[in-house]
Design a binder for this molecule. Structure first.
Ligand code: SAM
Length: 236
């Protein structure tokens, strides 16, 4: 039987004594929709990599009390954290990117303001919505980690530790041939209008490596998914 899975704000360090957690808000609605009752088993995760088996102690429309029964190993993450640095996109396209990036294992999603971007800012409401989409996607994809969606910064302010790869249609190197799991990974993708020459030169001068995603031009919302897909296709 596939158990219902909810996110809790925090998991106590020690679960041996069967501690209880109280939930309010949308996760309680989710439990009610799934028709859970007192004594029913479920899974909980904290969005930071921990997961546990739990059971319902009490549930009404507003609050749920859950007893934590046993710590479980969370679904494995990539060997090194992968940050997706993605240019701001028009309309609701970032929602699809955030959802897919969460399913595909991104540890963080950094929004970028780039020279050719049509969108240069994002409101607090939209940022909150993207974070909720990431939380929902981690629940659905059985991840114990929910990637943070970080507010936009100028491309020039993007820093990284380890390796960085920038997707660009006019280079020849492939991600699979470059990537080594010996340090954190940052993947950078551009807006509908692409990166300017100056932006590409600056990224390459700072040590990022250009990678191509086949001979076709992908839409700005497809490229990040293809790049992360190239990673999961290696089996991590
Ligand atoms: N005319 C733009 C250009 O010349 O770069 C096309 C931009 S494309 C619609 C949006 C972004 O997707 C690009 O900045 C790049 O990061 C990524 N992208 C699209 N197709 C790609 C490909 N075949 N290889 C690598 N990256 C690609």
């Amino acid at each position: 039987m596939r158990l219902t899975r909810v996110r809790v704000p925090e998991l106590p360090a020690d679960l041996d004594s069967g501690p209880e957690v109280v939930l309010t808000g949308s996760e309680v609605r989710h439990l009610s929709v799934m028709r859970l009752e007192t004594g029913d088993p479920l899974l909980v995760f904290d969005g930071r990599g921990r997961e546990a088996r739990a059971e319902v102690v009490a549930l009404d429309g507003l609050r749920a009390t859950l007893r934590l029964v046993e710590e479980l190993p969370g679904t494995p993450e990539t060997p090194q954290p992968v940050t997706l640095a993605v240019a701001l996109l028009k309309g609701d396209k970032l929602s699809d990117v955030v959802r897919a990036a969460t399913e595909l294992g991104a540890a963080r999603i950094q929004l970028l303001v780039t020279q050719h971007a049509d969108v240069r800012d994002i409101g607090a409401n939209k940022l909150g919505r993207l974070s909720r989409i990431a939380a929902e996607a981690s629940k659905q994809s059985r991840r114990a980690v929910t990637p943070a969606v970080l507010p936009p910064i100028p491309l020039a302010a993007l820093t990284w530790e380890g390796q960085a790869y920038v997707a660009h249609p006019y280079v020849h190197d492939l991600l699979a041939e470059q990537l080594h799991w010996d340090s954190p990974v940052t993947l950078i993708t551009g807006p509908e209008g692409g990166f300017s020459e100056a932006e590409m030169e600056a990224l390459l001068a700072r040590g990022a490596r250009g990678v191509v995603l086949g001979p076709r031009i992908l839409r700005a919302e497809t490229a990040p998914v293809a790049l992360l897909g190239a990673i999961v296709a290696t089996g991590v």
